[in-house]
Design a binder for this molecule. Structure first.
Ligand SMILES: NC(=O)c1ccc[n+]([C@@H]2O[C@H](COP(=O)([O-])OP(=O)(O)OC[C@H]3O[C@@H](n4cnc5c(N)ncnc54)[C@H](OP(=O)(O)O)[C@@H]3O)[C@@H](O)[C@H]2O)c1
Length: 200
């Protein structure tokens, strides 16, 4: 049974149902323990955290299970999540951090794309052209990193020629605290996710 209703409606959706089938829940912030309380003790329950890129079958999805889920059932669940992207088997305790790194980060990445595109507009590109340039570059950079064994730092060093343009931009980004501000945004996301989990 796949549970795909908004977390705030989950209780209402399950009310009065007698469930005797394994459950796969995608409800954000609803723990395996809460799901067991809302259904039946000792029911096999799998929890997943997909992201919006499921729309194009490229979700980055976390998955975990309770002790009643057999290996073969868990494998079947992973076949389902693999069908709409990539799957990461995690401990449930890591779901809040995963939610920040994969669930919310598409919004942060989109914000970075928007900022670069605005800079393009500032220097005379039409917005659509600037967006195309930036998104294609982002896609290629991600693919390049995924396909090679170089770290992002190796990649940065390769782009940064001595005395060149890139190092000037990189240093300027850090002047306004790019790395610290990114990590702080992830901290805020995890805090919020933990608050919502407690409430759920
Ligand atoms: N969107 C994301 O990127 C994302 C990421 C991670 C996790 N999730 C989780 O995925 C779930 C779905 O999110 P969504 O964005 O797809 O929401 P959504 O578009 O609002 O879809 C919710 C679905 O639940 C149905 N529904 C609502 N109340 C119901 C009830 N009482 N009984 C039976 N069905 C009911 C709705 O049916 P009607 O259309 O007929 O109203 C709709 O098909 C949520 O639990 C969310 O936390 C979403």
């Amino acid at each position: 049974l796949v549970l795909g209703v908004k977390p705030q409606f989950l209780k209402q959706a399950l009310e009065g149902l007698v469930i005797d089938k394994p459950i796969l829940s995608m409800a954000a912030g609803i723990s395996l323990e809460t799901l067991a309380q809302l259904t039946t003790d000792s029911l096999p329950i799998i929890r997943i955290m997909p992201n919006l890129n499921a729309e194009i079958l490229k979700s980055t999805t976390a998955i975990c299970r309770n002790p009643f889920v057999s290996d073969s059932l868990f494998e079947t669940a992973q076949q389902i999540t693999d069908a709409f992207g990539s799957t990461f088997v995690l401990d449930e305790k890591d779901f809040d951090a995963f939610t920040a790194l994969a669930g919310s980060s598409p919004a942060y990445i989109a914000l970075f794309i928007e900022a670069l595109a605005k800079a393009g507009v500032k220097y005379g590109f039409p917005k659509t052209t600037a967006l195309e340039i930036v998104t294609q570059t982002l896609l290629a950079t991600s693919e390049n990193l995924l396909q090679s064994d170089q770290s992002p730092n190796d990649f940065i060093d390769k782009v940064s020629s001595p005395g060149g343009t890139t190092v000037a931009g990189l240093l300027d980004l850090e002047k306004t605290g790019f790395t610290a501000s990114t990590v702080s945004a992830i901290d805020a996301t995890i805090n919020r996710s933990q608050q919502l989990s407690k409430r759920g």
